[in-house]
Ligand binder design. Structure first.
Ligand SMILES: [Zn+2]
Length: 203
């Protein structure tokens, strides 16, 4: 179900590492207030664009895999990202800006104290948080594209599946096998949930 997402995320992880390594290679002499804003802005713009491209790919793949007869496009990805997400509890674009501002602040503080250790730790932490956000919304995109494909096919009921290839989502065990009306599927409740939905008959 999420195999294609995992492949793409591996690439995304590499480019995140590259971006943060580049930033980490900058000297404090370059990172004044104006330049830090500029550098973090363009870095996050690239990170967002990278995610957009990755999400569009996984959305199309998931939609096709679920037998969708229409299409998913940039707008679908944008809408999915813009919706309130119950797992993360935040709005994707607002949170992205928050992460950027926090990082800028941390860079400027580390610079003030000429503290490369704290600087590097901040970069690592932000990179990890960014990856976690990216991966979680990737799951969301796959789920949304799958559900859209089912809806486009006229499927009315879906079954919640918590087990795949021997791996089980322990937190969702009590939902396993339950059938929901497709317009009434409950949201996922935790990070990393890889439960998925299968077309089903009304019980
Ligand atoms: Zn789960």
């Amino acid at each position: 179900m999420y195999r294609h997402l995992d492949l793409i995320l591996a690439d995304v992880k590499k480019s995140i590492r590259r971006e943060f390594n580049n930033l980490g290679g900058m000297g404090f002499d370059e990172l004044n207030v104006v330049n830090t804003r500029k550098v973090t802005q363009s870095m996050f713009d690239r990170l967002l664009a990278g995610n957009d491209a990755a999400y569009l790919k996984v959305a199309k793949k998931a939609y096709r895999a679920a037998g969708g007869t229409g299409k998913v496009d940039e707008e679908f990805v944008g809408d999915t990202l813009s919706a309130f997400n119950l797992v993360t509890g935040y709005l994707y674009f607002k949170e992205t800006e928050r992460k950027r501002l926090r990082l800028s602040e941390q860079i400027l503080t580390a610079r003030e104290y000429d503290d490369r250790l704290t600087f590097n730790a901040s970069l690592r932490k932000t990179a990890n948080l960014w990856y976690t956000q990216t991966a979680q919304y990737g799951v969301d995109i796959v789920d949304a594209a799958t559900l859209k494909a089912y809806k486009d096919r006229g499927i009315e009921y879906v079954k919640w599946i918590s087990k795949d290839d021997g791996k089980e989502c322990a937190d969702c065990g009590d939902r396993h096998g339950k059938v929901f009306k497709i317009t009434d599927v409950p949201a996922k409740t935790h990070y990393g949930c890889r439960c998925y939905l299968k077309p089903a008959e009304k019980e």
